[in-house]
Ligand binder design. Structure first.
Ligand SMILES: Nc1ncnc2c1ncn2[C@@H]1O[C@H](COP(=O)(O)OP(=O)(O)OP(=O)(O)O)[C@@H](O)[C@H]1O
Length: 291
């Protein structure tokens, strides 16, 4: 459905993406995560055909997306702060995207408008930031495009609206599975909806894993400093803190029976690291080190 082969992108002489390869062959909800400014939007714009890679090749449903109407028929890209015409009402915006999206589901569009409490007759330019984001997600979901790309779909949404969005995203996907790529900073909130995650770091794809795999990664060990030090010797430590004689250390490894056994013998407690903390640590430059 999406194939990205060694995509490179630079603005003038500044390289943003330094060779990204990514293939998604079946309908799933895929997360895209990375620190601010790493190039998530850039990658999404390349996938959506809004920009051309400096090198490499991209295909959406077998078609290269840049400047290609055939590929655009399979695609719906809702970028952050999506440009809408100044004179449009909410209804006009729906009509416009209905025209360009052959799989558009009008019934779902109206249900989504209602769920987000978006008034059809209101001018888009008069919507609040959160309401405008909600409108973008109504369009993205109602498009039923084979490849739907949502850039920061919860930007400006309050906690209640984010919850509504997650519920509607899952409902829409389950009724009509397609490839939905979602970039997000709210990884803890959305992780239960995702099937896989891509992590971009320093212009490269640092990880592309299933959620089952990535949830297992990273663990905290807490106990007497000397015991913890023995256990983490030779391991990749991502974060540590001391409280008196106690130490808490995050290790880049997966909890296993061997770890459980060693931890029990050393009187050290073991727990899995929250995903966001793990990702922040593996994308931090200088803190980690091998013991
Ligand atoms: N038009 C442009 N000209 C030059 N540099 C740009 C332009 N647009 C973006 N950049 C730079 O490209 C890099 C990647 O930007 P991008 O918006 O893709 O990152 P992002 O991961 O989506 O960030 P965020 O999480 O903050 O939204 C940034 O360093 C940004 O400053």
């Amino acid at each position: 459905m999406i194939s990205v082969q060694n995509a490179v992108f630079s603005y003038d002489d500044s390289y943003i993406l330094k060779g990204i390869s990514y293939v998604e062959e079946s309908p799933i909800i895929a997360g895209l995560w990375g620190r601010n400014g790493v190039g998530k939007t850039t990658l999404m714009k390349l996938m959506a055909g809004h920009m051309k890679p400096s090198e490499g090749r991209l295909e959406i449903m077998g078609q290269q997306p840049y400047n290609n109407v055939k590929a655009q028929k399979h695609l719906c890209y809702m970028q952050e702060d999506h440009p809408f015409s100044e004179i449009w009402t909410v209804r006009d915006a729906l009509r416009f995207y209905q025209y360009f999206n052959p799989n558009w589901n009008q019934e779902e569009a109206f249900q989504l408008l209602e769920a987000f409490e978006l008034p059809e007759k209101k001018k888009v330019k008069k919507l609040s930031t959160g309401m405008k984001t909600a409108l973008q997600q109504v369009i993205g979901l109602a498009s039923h495009a084979e490849v739907t790309i949502l850039d920061e779909p919860t930007n400006g949404l309050d906690a209640g609206m984010r919850k509504t969005f997650y519920k509607l995203l899952l409902k829409s996907y389950e009724a009509n599975p397609r490839l939905i790529v979602v970039s997000t900073h709210h990884i803890e909130e959305i992780q239960n909806l995702l099937d896989s995650i891509m992590v971009i770091h320093e212009g490269k794809l640092l990880m592309h894993k299933s959620m089952e795999e990535i949830r297992e990664m990273g663990m905290w060990l807490t106990g007497e400093s000397n015991q913890v030090d023995v256990l983490v010797k030779g391991k990749r430590v991502l974060e540590e803190s001391k409280m008196g004689s106690m130490k808490k250390v995050m290790v880049d490894d997966v909890i296993s029976d061997v770890w459980r056994d060693h931890a029990r013998k050393g009187g050290v407690s073991l727990e899995s690291a929250p995903l966001q903390d793990y990702l922040l640590n593996v994308t931090e430059k200088k803190k980690e080190g091998i013991r």
